[in-house]
Design a protein around this ligand. Sequence first.
Ligand SMILES: [Mn+2]
Length: 465
Amino acid sequence: MTTASVNPSRRSYAPLARENRQKVLKHLEQAGITSGVLYLTGMKTEERKWTDCEVPFRQESNFFYLTGVTEPDCHLVIDVASQDAHVFIPKFSEDHALWMGPPPTETFIKERYGVQHCDVVDNIVKTLESLKASKVHILEQEKDLAAIGAFKDKIDSSALSTAVTEARMIKSKGEIELMRRAAKISGDAHIALMKAAKPGKDTERQLQALFEYECFRNDGRYQAYTPIVASGRNGSVLHYIDNTDPIAQDKRDLLLVDAGCEYECYAADITRTFPIGGKFEGDWKTTYEIVLSMQNAVLAAIKPGVEWEDMHKLANRVAAEGLLKAGLIKGDLDTLIANHIPALFFPHGLGHSIGLDVHDVGGYPKGVPRLTDPGLKYLRMRRTLKPGMAVTVEPGIYFVDAILDKALADSNVTQYLDVEVVKRFRKTVGGVRIEDDVVVTETGVDNLTGWVPKEVADIEKVMSA
Ligand SMILES: [Mn+2]
């Protein structure tokens, strides 16, 4: 067993992939599918346009879920009746070994990934013939059917996507441990940033570099998404990824860091917001404490049977209470909520499912539409929570120019605002977001990232050390 393209010391995903295949086949069985084959194409080698410069390879998530295979350009056939998995690898050219080291052999693939069969891609049709594949079940989004020849006429995309999605929604113990590892690496990197950040020192980019360095050196090779490192008013841009500004001079200003790495393809997605000088003060502290109370209320309320949109509404109500108390908005609580006033400051959804993808599959089951209310319309998930679901809880309060310019020009809205107070906050406070990754348990949540400091005293302690 020799290959340079795979690190043999890497832990094997094989037992998990086997469990995942069984789970998907069970969902298919419940949908009445007991014969035929499943066919998936893996991620292909990609190059920068018009060059031979390869883009770093990361396996497609569904393919990884069913195989654990981390080599590019592979295909998968699963025989539904026997549950046998057939992985197909490219035919490597003679000089592959010169550039890339010895290619993986068929024996290596079978042993490494615990699959029953391995062959070269050219033999897919032959295998489908020998399996007498009556139907070829593919994912809805599958476009690449060149390798299955005449079996194209037997494709059926009506069931596999839902089966894989429903399987991926409920995380197994093994998956949760991989997510916990991604969370640990990412959380430690967040703490490194809290310790390194100083007023007027470094740029957002340099702190992003520190985050990625900390992840990379601890086996989090890939970021799950581009890190957001937003100083001061940049925190009001929800997906700020420029990360080019210098860190604020004013020690009271906030730094919002939304970043997480992958471990074995599983994502972490963590946001922490902290004062650049290490001590929360004034309007910045007021804003922070509103968001913290929003998050704590939701974390205490999550349990099986709860509707995700109700968790958003809970966060929204706590936001309204906090904004009222801070004097930013005025009026009767229910009237403010009915008129969507808190959504001016909490304009996005509460969170999303997370797993192999940072915005994981399955947010909207078939037939479930998006809601239309401000804030709620951006909710990335509408589901009844069940044990094993993994979601992010990421409330925020922001002072967004685009929203407030419109609001302040509309007397229907300004009747609910203390305009002077809103203007004062907006001048200095960008935004606050606090985000944790939690798994729903039988009784509540297993917070994978709750240990990363977020209480005011805990952040101040870490930053003063
Ligand atoms: Mn998120």
